[in-house]
Design a protein around this ligand. Structure first.
Ligand code: FES
Length: 115
């Protein structure tokens, strides 16, 4: 579901209880969606170390997502790599909750893609 203003990534139910949600951008890239202490966050799905999928195999513990492939970790708030072997940050996306959906502002995405 998308419109001119917002791109819906996934339902809030998909990120309940520490689950990692998956959403797709218009260009086909997958993003990982997290809910921590009532706040939603989104990052690229693919680990920057070895391209493993965080939505398929990642594990969320607080604000830290761990990649199952080599156990590298990232802070979902900033995308920063916080545990080896990961050294390069994940791209993050500004998301919010609207009508039970985690959504991304299309304008913010456009600006981010130009950056
Ligand atoms: S592929 Fe993610 S830590 Fe290596």
């Amino acid at each position: 579901m998308s419109n001119n203003e917002f791109i819906a990534l996934c339902g809030l139910d998909a990120v309940a209880d520490g689950a990692i949600g998956a959403g797709d951008l218009p260009d086909g890239r997958r993003v990982a969606v997290y809910l921590v202490q009532g706040e939603v966050y989104a990052t690229d799905d693919r680990c920057t170390h070895g391209n493993s999928s965080l939505t398929e195999d990642g594990c969320l513990d607080g604000h830290i997502v761990e990649c199952a492939m080599h156990l590298g970790t990232f802070d979902v708030r900033t995308g920063a790599a916080v545990g080896p072997p990961c050294t390069k940050a994940l791209r993050t996306y500004p998301v919010q909750i609207r009508d039970g959906q985690v959504v991304l502002s299309a304008a913010a995405l456009a600006g981010e893609l130009q950056a």
